[in-house]
Design a protein around this ligand. Structure first.
Ligand code: CDT
Length: 322
């Protein structure tokens, strides 16, 4: 019997800075109900889904930053998502800003991560990921029309790219992985998960149309979005679900273009607006096999020893002789 997981890409339109968590969670619950009505087993929400994309502003005071972070997951505002998972029998993947209080040798330490969790149909958190490729800059750069201060507000993720087994019902178990936004542009993300046999990668993102250091890329933002996820899927024989926070948010235009990509690299589901929208696709996890067992049979065709020789040379091309 094929292992078919029906997935909903639960794109969110803009979230204003003044919007409350309860308002946003209300919108997410509406998408979860729509997903259930469409037969979904799993819905994927965007990166930093509970708030506006706050790294676009420069803040100095910790209290101005920490309001965007969750100390508990679930907390009082997010508990309804977990309750809905249980009552609807619907898993979800959620991106959010995670604040962790740790007791270390030097006393209490507050840590900030750009994180995602996967929750199963019983409402249990089955996996956690913390964003590794943090884009942007750490200092205020007033020349930009808007900031991208992820390197200021987040620590680099410390959990690696772990693939995990999850079960979304009878005949709906598989190997999953998560990545967040800028991670999707890096082949290493997919390959590290691919080497663990991943069958479906869940990715949320917030991507402005305008890239201040390279405005010449703006017109290619949708093309690049699709290019990286389609090639990541094909080259690793995996499903990829990419979900945007879209539309004009606090004056900044963000791409939508949420897509569900098959292991063939083909797009099989897509959002067509820049608002709250659900795109649904039936994803047969067993379709991964014909790629993993043939063209991308890693055990048979990869040449890690050859790659290592180049890495040890640090990738630099030796100077020309003579
Ligand atoms: N949130 C996030 O990671 N955004 C980045 C913007 C980089 S500008 C090309 C992204 O890779 O989409």
């Amino acid at each position: 019997m094929p292992r078919v997981i029906t997935v909903g890409a639960a794109q969110l339109g803009p979230i204003a800075r003044a919007d409350t968590r309860a308002q946003v969670v209300g919108r997410m619950l509406a998408l979860m109900h729509e997903a259930k009505a469409n037969g979904c087993d799993l819905v994927v929400f965007p990166e930093l889904a509970l708030t506006t994309f706050f790294p676009r502003w420069y803040f100095e005071r910790p209290q101005d930053i920490d309001v965007f972070f969750e100390r508990d997951m679930p907390g009082p505002d997010t508990q309804p998502l977990f309750d809905a998972a249980r009552t609807l029998g619907l898993g979800f993947c959620l991106g959010y800003a995670e604040l962790v209080e740790e007791d270390g040798q030097e006393g209490r330490k507050t840590r900030h991560f750009n994180s995602a969790i996967t929750v199963d149909k019983s409402g249990a958190i089955v996996a956690r990921y913390r964003k590794i490729h943090l884009p942007g800059h750490a200092e205020h750069e007033p020349w930009r029309r808007f900031q991208h201060l992820e390197k200021r507000y987040f620590e680099r993720g410390n959990l690696g790219f772990p693939a995990f087994r999850a079960n979304f019902g009878e005949g709906k178990a598989g190997i999953f992985g998560m990545a967040i936004c800028n991670d999707r542009r890096w082949p290493e993300t997919y390959r590290v998960l691919g080497l663990q046999g991943v069958e479906m990668i869940l990715i949320g993102y917030n991507t402005p149309v305008h890239n201040p250091p390279a405005p010449e890329h703006d017109a290619l933002s949708h093309f690049h979005n699709q290019l990286v996820m389609q090639s990541g899927a094909y080259q690793n024989g995996t499903w990829v679900v990419g979900v945007a926070k879209a539309g004009k948010e606090e004056g900044v235009e963000q791409i939508g273009n949420s897509i569900i990509v098959a292991p063939s690299g083909e797009i099989v589901g897509a959002c067509t607006t820049t608002g709250d929208e659900l795109a649904v696709a039936r994803c047969d996890l067993d379709l991964t096999a014909s790629y993993k067992n043939t063209t991308f049979n890693f055990a048979h065709h990869r040449e890690p020893e050859q790659y290592r020789m180049i890495v040890e040379r640090k990738g630099a091309v030796p100077p020309a002789k003579g």
